[in-house]
Design a protein around this ligand. Structure first.
Ligand SMILES: *[C@@H]1O[C@H](CO)[C@@H](O)[C@H](O)[C@H]1NC(C)=O
Ligand SMILES: *[C@@H]1O[C@H](CO)[C@@H](O)[C@H](O)[C@H]1NC(C)=O
Ligand SMILES: *[C@@H]1O[C@H](CO)[C@@H](O)[C@H](O)[C@H]1NC(C)=O
Ligand SMILES: *[C@@H]1O[C@H](CO)[C@@H](O)[C@H](O)[C@H]1NC(C)=O
Ligand SMILES: *[C@@H]1O[C@H](CO)[C@@H](O)[C@H](O)[C@H]1NC(C)=O
Ligand SMILES: *[C@@H]1O[C@H](CO)[C@@H](O)[C@H](O)[C@H]1NC(C)=O
Ligand SMILES: *[C@@H]1O[C@H](CO)[C@@H](O)[C@H](O)[C@H]1NC(C)=O
Ligand SMILES: *[C@@H]1O[C@H](CO)[C@@H](O)[C@H](O)[C@H]1NC(C)=O
Ligand SMILES: *[C@@H]1O[C@H](CO)[C@@H](O)[C@H](O)[C@H]1NC(C)=O
Ligand SMILES: *[C@@H]1O[C@H](CO)[C@@H](O)[C@H](O)[C@H]1NC(C)=O
Ligand SMILES: *[C@@H]1O[C@H](CO)[C@@H](O)[C@H](O)[C@H]1NC(C)=O
Ligand SMILES: *[C@@H]1O[C@H](CO)[C@@H](O)[C@H](O)[C@H]1NC(C)=O
Length: 354
């Protein structure tokens, strides 16, 4: 019985990744030009000024209060997912609804949400932020925020704000990087949030929320090595924590594709349409003979079939990079952030990926 449950969870994991065959990507060719540097969406885009006087999505003004206020207010930013109908029981919380999306947020939307979250946590009166996202976006949002926010204030990404508020209010939630809370009340490090629809076995929980809304931590506070203060990402790529690369390099297109036998000319012609590729490694642990590689654009191999696996640089074609323990979606986010900052060389990517 138990074995069957585990097996079906693994099957659910393997089908959860939205990958497409390479042929489908040619539709991007036509739209690439219009995507470039075009970061319009439902939210105002970064306009390049560092002004704190910007308009929120809902039309109200953001007034940053510079007088030192008590750090007590928890900001809840909603992009989809579950929020309680009445918040009368929740003191010291403040809801902002950006949009109510039911599909996975793309990189443009992620940067736009990040801008609002950033303003919130820069505000001295805010104790931290809770970001409510739909289930499909939880992995991407929490991994994205883990990379781009280097702050001591707690940022908790969740499908359901009821579980995340006790976590964000917990004194010991700080100094752990971005956290995510799944609907089964497990708290994960944002870097290790389980892949979409794959709730157990695939992430590393750091705490559980009990029925009295008490948070039981499994470990002392520490950050994942990928984003610790000694990490390459924090030491050499501090521009990953800023949005300014978007103004220079525009919004990258980094699709996820299945491995398969494609001709090298097909891959070469793709490189004019996209800024990078994530290849879902085909079952076996060794993809060195795969035909998907490019000298023009970064190609990263990641594995989806098993909860956590390691794809080494020796397991992939010569001109490609292994995603290490990152899932295809996490690899896509990291590769997109690198592309936004103009970091595309194989050696640089090898140092960034675990
Ligand atoms: C995006 O914004 C630019 C500048 O604000 C504007 O010229 C353009 O028409 C907008 N595009 C869309 C699709 O709204
Ligand atoms: C905004 O500030 C950051 C850091 O202070 C700086 O690197 C960046 O160039 C500024 N951007 C603009 C458009 O002034
Ligand atoms: C905020 O923006 C408004 C409208 O653009 C402007 O009138 C006002 O002076 C700005 N306030 C600050 C503090 O920059
Ligand atoms: C936002 O600020 C501007 C300039 O200070 C003001 O004209 C406008 O009425 C404000 N909007 C709201 C919704 O408060
Ligand atoms: C800023 O904080 C002070 C002290 O808490 C308060 O009196 C004032 O109204 C606040 N200003 C704004 C614009 O929120
Ligand atoms: C929510 O946050 C905004 C902006 O920080 C602030 O102006 C507003 O007063 C807050 N609302 C409540 C109910 O605290
Ligand atoms: C708009 O956002 C502000 C700031 O977060 C919030 O206080 C206010 O209630 C929101 N207004 C509406 C109509 O949603
Ligand atoms: C992201 O989604 C928005 C709609 O929510 C769309 O306008 C935008 O073009 C998308 N951006 C990319 C890079 O796909
Ligand atoms: C936080 O951790 C300290 C020890 O590091 C412990 O004494 C305290 O009870 C913890 N607080 C909570 C709310 O878990
Ligand atoms: C957050 O705001 C700070 C201060 O304005 C800025 O230096 C930083 O680049 C911003 N980070 C992001 C991810 O927007
Ligand atoms: C993958 O295959 C290549 C070439 O056949 C070999 O050199 C490499 O050691 C293999 N890697 C693993 C992990 O088996
Ligand atoms: C970001 O930093 C890296 C490493 O220092 C550098 O190679 C890259 O050009 C920077 N990107 C931008 C947009 O400044």
């Amino acid at each position: 019985m138990k074995f069957q449950v585990v097996l079906s969870a693994l099957l659910a994991c393997s089908s959860a990744v939205v990958a497409s065959p390479i042929e489908n990507l040619f539709k991007y060719r036509a739209v690439k030009a219009s995507h470039s540097k075009n970061i319009n969406s439902t939210l105002p885009a970064w306009n390049g000024s560092n002004s704190s006087n910007v308009t929120y999505a809902n039309g109200t003004n953001s007034t940053t209060n510079t007088t030192t206020a008590e750090s007590s207010q928890l900001q809840i930013i909603v992009t989809g997912g579950q929020v309680p109908i009445t918040n009368s029981s929740l003191t010291h919380t403040n809801y902002t609804r950006l949009f109510n999306s039911s599909s996975a947020l793309n990189i443009t939307e992620l940067y736009n949400v990040a801008r609002v979250v950033n303003e919130t946590i820069q505000d001295k009166s805010s104790a931290g932020a809770v970001v409510v996202a739909n289930a499909k976006s939880l992995e991407a949002v929490s991994f994205f925020f883990s990379i781009i926010f280097d702050t001591e204030k707690p940022i908790v990404v969740t499908e359901d704000s009821a579980y995340a508020i006790p976590v964000a209010n917990n004194k010991n939630a700080t100094k752990r990087g971005v956290l995510s809370v799944t609907s089964d009340k497990l708290v994960y490090s944002g870097v290790f949030t389980p892949p979409t629809a794959c709730s157990y076995g695939a992430g590393l929980p750091v705490a559980i929320v009990d029925d009295q809304d008490e948070v039981k931590w499994f470990f002392d506070a520490s950050k994942p090595t990928l984003i610790s203060s000694d990490s390459i990402i924090r030491k050499e790529y501090s521009n990953f924590t800023t949005p300014y690369g978007l103004l220079e390099n525009g919004v990258p297109i980094v699709p996820i594709v299945y491995d398969g036998g494609y001709s090298s000319s097909l891959i070469d012609s793709l490189s004019s349409a996209v800024q990078g590729l994530v290849v879902v490694s085909s079952g076996s642990t060794n993809s060195t003979s795969s035909t998907i590689e490019s000298t023009e654009i970064p190609v990263v191999y990641a594995q989806a079939n098993t909860p956590l696996n390691f794809i080494d640089n020796k397991d992939v074609p010569k001109n490609a990079v292994g995603a290490g323990y990152l899932s295809p979606i996490k690899a896509q986010i990291l590769l997109s952030i690198a592309a936004v900052n103009g970091v595309t060389s194989k050696s640089a990517l090898e140092s960034i990926f675990p």
